[in-house]
Design a protein around this ligand. Structure first.
Ligand SMILES: [Ca+2]
Ligand SMILES: [Ca+2]
Length: 435
């Protein structure tokens, strides 16, 4: 094929004719470039270079042969081996034909490097790309501002720089303008919206060098002189709501807290209330935290009922909070009923016996100890008698002495050995008889 070898060192000669992807040793990637040119141009060197999208060089630009010598065959081949870490990268490969060191013909192609393989590419050298000649070479340069330095919008390799826009007139050169050209010097009466200086409004408020930004409609109601305001004063503080020109703390501005001194506070057990309401402390006996809706809670449960106290295990009835007695379900009871009797947070007990009574939080002792007689209050009548008749601690009853003459061992009124007489009859020595 009459192709001249032109590379060495980093660039290795490749003599094959095929343009298939060639597998090479693992750990490498590379390019198999065929450079086609007009043999009549008088080229004496071919220079190959590669870069990433951002202009970073992938490998050093290398010109061969060295020293220069006439290139007339019209085609040459270059193999470039690269570290496999570059595999998968999309790169630009550029070829330039030089005459006495001056670029006379150029081409550029884009390809993606593959692991352990040579990617074939053909560079057909056409119009020269010379950065700084003022002419934008389409396909290789994206601008040419007539110089070969950057930071002016068109880079040292004639690529448009970030945040710049460049024209590409024919003939050139390019004119580049910053996309960030609005600044304090030029925008004294409004604010910068991108590259534009605009009059400040509520939705785009700002002044001079400051960029335009919308005012917070909760904290402000106007934009005056480039500043967000509430009425004619400064915008409200975070957690406040601008209402009719005044800053207040309300549910709109304080959805996740409660209000204290017109400011929005984070909730705690010491400052707990629904959104926008006045903060208030929880009863530390009944609660140990403030819930998400501003309700006092004992752990994950609602705050404890009166008479219970909150500890890490939940709500409990005990001496701390209950002057009466605690039921089996943990409720504090007054403790003054015969079936729920107790005091000082003790467990409620039931006072037994029909005459049982609870006195000052304790079962009347009579009902317990007066087994052979009956009770009136705490007084035990034992043995039972006609006026205080009963048994086993029951409440004493009074026997009518006209109808009964003794209180039996069963605790009931009797006439002799029989039952007490019916109303209208009289108990005598012979038993019940008409009066
Ligand atoms: Ca140019
Ligand atoms: Ca420039």
């Amino acid at each position: 094929m009459g192709r001249a070898p032109v590379v060495a060192a980093l660039l290795l000669l490749f003599t094959g004719c095929g343009k298939e992807t060639v597998v090479i040793q693992k750990g490498l990637t590379g390019i198999d470039a065929t450079i086609v040119y007009d043999g009549a141009l008088g080229l004496d060197q071919i220079r190959v270079s590669g870069r990433l999208d951002d202009g970073t060089a992938v490998f050093p630009a290398t010109a061969r042969p060295e020293p220069p010598q006439p290139l007339t065959t019209g085609e040459t081949s270059v193999v470039i081996l690269l570290n496999e870490a570059l595999a998968g990268s999309a790169i630009y490969v550029r070829g330039d034909g030089l005459v006495a060191g001056t670029v006379s013909a150029s081409d550029q192609e884009r390809l993606t490097l593959l692991a352990a393989a040579l990617v074939p590419v053909t560079l057909a050298l056409g119009d020269q790309a010379i950065c700084g000649d003022g002419r934008t070479r389409a396909g290789i340069e994206t601008c040419d501002d007539g110089n070969d330095w950057g930071t002016d919008g068109c880079s040292a390799v004639c690529l448009v720089e970030a945040d710049w826009s460049c024209t590409t007139p024919d003939p050139g050169p390019s004119v580049c303008t910053s996309n960030l050209s609005c600044d304090a010097q030029r925008c004294t009466t409004g604010c910068c919206s991108g590259a534009d200086c605009v009059a400040a409004t509520f939705d785009a408020c700002g002044v001079e060098a400051r960029g335009c930004a919308p005012c917070d409609p909760i904290r402000a109601d106007d934009c005056i002189g480039g500043e967000c305001t509430c009425g004619e004063a400064a915008a409200c503080l975070p957690g406040q709501h601008c209402v009719l020109g005044a800053c207040v703390c309300d549910p709109t501005s304080c959805a996740n807290g409660c209000c204290a001194d017109n400011r929005c506070q984070l909730r705690s057990v010491d400052a707990c209330a629904p959104a926008g309401d006045a903060c208030a402390p929880c009863d530390p006996v009944a609660a140990d935290t403030c819930g998400a809706n501003g309700e006092c809670r004992c752990g994950s449960l609602l705050a404890c009922a009166l008479g219970q106290h909150c500890d890490p295990n939940g709500c409990h009835c005990d001496a701390t909070t209950c002057d009466g007695c605690c039921t089996t379900s943990g409720v504090c009871d007054r403790g003054d009923q015969k079936n729920r009797c107790g005091s000082a947070g003790a467990d409620c007990t039931a006072c037994t016996g029909p005459g049982a009574a609870c006195d000052a939080g304790a079962c009347d002792a009579c009902t317990v100890s007066c087994g052979g007689g009956c009770c009136t209050g705490s007084t035990c009548h034992e043995p039972a008698e006609l006026s205080f008749c009963g048994a086993a601690g029951d409440a004493c009853v009074w026997c009518d002495p006209t109808r009964a003459d003794n209180c039996g061992g069963d605790g009931h009124c009797h006439c002799g050995l029989g039952a007490a007489c019916a109303p209208g009859s009289v108990c005598g020595a012979q038993g019940c008889a008409p009066p």
